[in-house]
Design a protein around this ligand. Structure first.
Ligand code: SAH
Length: 384
């Protein structure tokens, strides 16, 4: 089969967001496969990575930092690696195109609205970042303006002017971040248009997503990933299931139709609120969401002698802590479905679990981050 000519990125040298620009997609997949194999082969056969048909413009979340260049022109783009210099980006090949258009429109509006970009050194200025999230299935679009102070001049006119160009925007939120920090979002959201969140559909369920909640950035591959997770779980309808690190409740809610009961646990309060509302809006009775540290939650469950048949775990890049892993063993579920965005920490955790009575049945990489060197892996573990 003849490979389509890859699109060429103009910013790749300075940007640092992608590691595989200029590498044919098939080649990227081979490299990722090799990488995962080098880390996980010792636990079992690694299935061939599932790639995308169309590996461009897949990111449903687009983030731009705002600044001025040396000539004083307003720029938007990405931080240069390991620095706080901003590399201007005109067109990115992996981010949603509509969301990028919106960011360009906002950039063009700032001067006439006399909105200054924030300067990290002096602390002067207002606009720090813009975040756009688009529900690929729903078409709903959320614009988050991250500002250093809650006073946004002529905000209603600003929204009006922005929506005149992009009537598809369904909500606009001011997020106040007045701290000296590398975190993008601050704690306070002020909804200035619409309902303050978007909804999107995955695997036949609808999810509400707030500005601060985690939501997978590649919805096409997320459906593949969740499909595998639920398939590997092999639920029959009688199981008590834990969805650890559940975010807005996606995996647990999708799995709930085949389980007796699902308990989701999540640390971020915004995500917990979304998850609870998502269970209600999907008319699901057998999912509960608990707020807290997943490790502490598992420990409490183990100590009170509760049981679980299947545990889905989808920790952040650092993997799970010892408390979580030790309590997982105490809970002793028949099956663990481990979803990881970092095969290094997954290897560490599999090493632990395979020494303590679990066998690896399946290892499946899924390419969620085309052109980037990250790779998602899902693993089915079964109690021996
Ligand atoms: N399973 C979800 C979210 C995965 S991302 C999905 O597929 O969308 C990891 C999630 O873990 C994030 O929502 C993050 O807020 C949460 N998290 C991070 N540390 C945690 C901890 N110690 N305990 C519980 N949740 C945590």
């Amino acid at each position: 089969m003849e490979e389509k000519k890859p699109l060429v990125c103009a910013s790749t040298k300075k940007c640092g967001g992608c590691q595989y620009q200029g590498t044919a997609y098939e080649e990227q997949l081979k490299k990722k496969q090799k990488h995962v194999q080098s880390l996980l082969n010792k636990f079992g056969k690694v299935n061939p990575i599932i790639g995308m048909k169309e590996p461009y413009f897949y990111r449903n979340k687009v983030h731009a930092v705002f600044d001025r260049d040396r000539k004083g022109n307003i720029i938007s783009g990405i931080y240069e690696a390991k620095s706080h210099r901003v590399v201007p980006i005109e067109k990115c090949l992996i981010e949603d195109e509509k969301s990028q258009e919106i960011i360009r429109t906002i950039r063009g509006m700032l001067k006439s609205f006399k909105i200054r970009t924030y300067d990290e050194d002096s602390g002067y200025g207002l606009l720090r970042h813009v975040l756009v999230r688009r529900g690929f299935a729903s078409g709903e679009i959320m614009v988050v303006l991250v500002v250093a102070s809650p006073v946004f001049p002529s905000k209603n006119n600003f929204v009006k002017a922005l929506r005149k160009v992009h009537p598809e925007i369904t909500t606009v939120v001011l997020n106040v971040n007045d701290r000296h920090t590398s975190m993008v979002l601050g704690d306070r959201d002020i909804v200035i248009y619409g309902k303050g969140f978007i909804r999107d559909t995955l695997c036949g369920r609808t999810f509400r997503i707030s500005p601060g909640s985690f939501y997978q950035v590649n919805p096409v591959q997320t459906e593949v990933l969740y499909g595998k997770a639920v398939e590997y779980a092999g639920l029959t309808g009688n199981e008590r299931v834990i969805d650890a690190y559940c975010g807005i409740g996606t995996i647990g809610i999708i799995a709930s139709a085949k389980a007796k009961e699902v308990i989701g646990v999540e640390l971020n309060p915004d995500a917990v609120r979304d998850a609870r509302i998502n269970t209600r809006e999907n008319k699901i009775q057998n999912v509960q969401i608990r707020q807290g540290d997943a490790g502490a939650f598992m420990e409490a469950m183990a100590e009170t002698g509760e049981h679980a048949d299947v545990v889905f775990m989808d920790p952040p890049r650092a993997g799970s802590d010892e408390k979580f892993m030790a309590s997982l063993l105490k809970l002793n579920p028949k099956k663990v479905i481990y979803i990881s965005c970092n095969p290094e920490t997954m290897a560490r955790d599999l090493n632990y679990l395979t020494k303590k009575g679990y066998g690896v049945k399946k290892i499946q990489p899924v390419d969620m981050f085309c052109f980037c060197d990250h790779v998602e892996v899902i693993c089915e573990l079964v109690r021996k």
